[in-house]
Design a protein around this ligand. Structure first.
Ligand code: NG1
Ligand code: MG
Length: 514
């Protein structure tokens, strides 16, 4: 028998641990103990007293299910051990609320202070790239929540010191770690014992305030993950998650993350990359629906109409009840192939005609919530990627669930799914980068079972599944054939950060008594 895949208790509060306990045994990885005590002593220097608590939220690695969370399909990420830790002192508010926020790396992230009237909205200018925007995003979401719970709430003033070691723009979601830690810190500072589900809901919406129409995968992984498990995350019809164990294998299964050091700054590139993909998937969904004479009910995806929603509406009640999801996905793949025959993509005029609306109507409905720049929308390729990737996630999870021990055949199958995901991201979704493809090639040749990009792509990070016994060979190959070749002057320190064995780690928690 396989080990059970546990349902995640969503209403459970965020864990609180005490610094006098062995923090490492609870959650902080031993190598980060030092960072943790460093944060406390630096806080002391900065503000002349100790903090009341430390809020923490980690980055994540997505094992499989790329760019399908915003189409409301299931994904399989987990938290990693790099994280954002935030020491906080609660200060009673005066006639206004004042936030003082500093970072342990002040050269890169200068100190900031701002005040606002107790009932004011927090203003964020997504065009101005400021590290505190991510804090403000969490603050704004948390305040909206608190005000709904309690009218006339007076938000506490806070003194904050932040230490984050998740590489930014690196595909392991430094942004979600930061936004989740910030929202958690504000909730705690205002004495609200937030549940994991509430923190997730408000963090997803918070992050959209920074200008990216993200799905909910990163925040879910950052908040809900459990050490040693992957987090099977479902978004449709509503959020649900399961802790999925990784079975034993004769040759221990290891996940390695390798940075490409090609950064794609989402705030700049979103109109041509990320947000454009969200728009393409949404348009594919509504055009498919129109073609089948279906009216889609609004769902909770960022633009309100997802491919998953279309799939659900296309199936009869009978089929929904009795057909396995995999089979249902086969029929929608067929529908995409039949309808979207223009491989070069669709213009706004062509899409408006398919929907029987005018171009200005199309733009105001689907292309105005956030900026999108494109002449053509490659609906066929994007929808095919989404549905096939969704099926790969189901196949991956089913394979993990089948046995408590994985034999060679199964392991190779899992690797193959990862490689197919990469090929689809490269060819159909066009979210890879030449450097990412190169890393995957080198790694596979040196002995990984499967290699792919993880996160939004267009650079960023890669993830590899490999036997423990091959770690040395793969990291050596990547060092010699990728890092030293592309970055001959790379420092030893940067090289060390480039490749990290990723151990599935715990999600958000708060530390008291530090
Ligand atoms: P990154 O760029 O790694 O944070 C983004 C989205 C996810 C998901 C992945 C692609 C944000 C905050 N996150 O991840 O929701 O869509 O891309 O699978 O934009
Ligand atoms: Mg991000």
């Amino acid at each position: 028998m396989s080990s059970p895949q546990e349902l995640v208790p969503q209403t459970e509060s965020i864990a609180e641990v005490y610094a006098t306990d062995d923090v490492s045994a609870n959650s902080v990885a031993p190598q980060h103990q030092q960072r943790f005590s460093g944060l406390i002593s630096q806080f002391n220097k900065e503000y002349n007293h100790r903090p009341d608590f430390v809020a923490r939220s980690p980055g994540r690695v997505n094992i499989i299910g790329e760019h399908i969370d915003y189409s409301l399909y299931d994904v399989l990420p987990t938290a990693v051990s790099v994280d954002v830790i935030m020491a906080v002192k609660i200060v009673p508010a005066t006639s206004v609320t004042t936030i003082k926020i500093a970072n342990v790396a002040p050269e890169k992230f200068p100190k900031r202070e701002f005040s606002f009237p107790h009932d004011a909205e927090i203003e964020i200018d997504p065009k101005k790239h400021e590290w505190v925007n991510y804090f403000k995003a969490g603050l704004s979401g948390a305040l909206k929540f608190l005000r709904k719970e309690k009218k006339g709430v007076i938000p506490a003033s806070m003194e904050i010191l932040v230490d984050g070691n998740v590489p930014p723009g690196g595909g392991i979601s430094s942004s979600a770690a930061f936004v989740c830690a910030s929202a958690l810190a504000v909730m705690k500072a205002n004495d609200h014992n937030v549940s994991k589900q509430d923190l997730l809901d408000l963090a997803v919406v918070s992050e959209r305030a920074v200008g990216v129409y993200s799905g909910g995968m990163d925040q879910a992984a950052s908040i809900f993950s459990k050490r040693g498990f992957l987090l099977y995350t479902q978004f449709y019809p509503t959020f649900k998650a399961q802790h999925v164990p990784i079975p034993k294998a004769a040759d221990e299964i290891t996940f390695l993350m390798a940075q490409s050091f090609v950064t794609s700054n989402k705030a700049d590139t979103a109109p041509r990359h990320y947000n454009l993909r969200v728009a393409e998937c949404t348009l594919a969904a509504v055009i498919l629906a129109k073609n089948f004479g279906l009216t889609l009910p609004k769902d909770n995806s960022s633009l309100g109409y997802s491919l998953r929603n279309f799939q659900n509406e296309l199936m009869t009640v009978e089929e929904r009840l009795h057909d396995p999801l995999e089979y249902q996905i086969d029929s929608v793949i067929q529908a995409v192939q039949d309808l979207f025959t223009k491989t070069e993509g669709y213009t706004r005029e062509e899409m408006a005609a398919l929907l029987d609306i005018t171009v200005p109507e199309l733009e105001s409905k689907f292309l105005s919530a956030f900026p999108v720049q494109a002449e053509r929308f490659r609906l066929r390729q994007r929808a095919l990627h989404c549905f096939k990737e969704a099926r790969r996630v189901l196949d991956f999870k089913a394979c993990l669930a089948k046995a408590s021990e994985l034999d060679t055949k199964r392991i190779h199958y899992l690797g193959q799914l990862l490689n197919e995901s990469q090929a689809s991201c490269r060819d159909d979704y066009e979210c890879s980068a030449p450097e990412v493809d190169e890393i995957c090639e080198i790694a596979r040749k040196a002995g990984t079972w499967g290699s792919r990009l993880t996160g939004a792509g267009w650079g960023g990070c890669t993830v590899h599944m490999l036997p423990q016994g091959k770690v040395e060979a793969v990291t050596t190959a990547l060092r010699d054939e990728y890092y030293l070749k592309h970055f001959p002057d790379i420092t030893a320190e940067k090289l060390e950060q480039a490749m990290v064995i990723s151990k599935p780690s715990n999600g958000s928690f708060v530390v008291y008594g530090a």
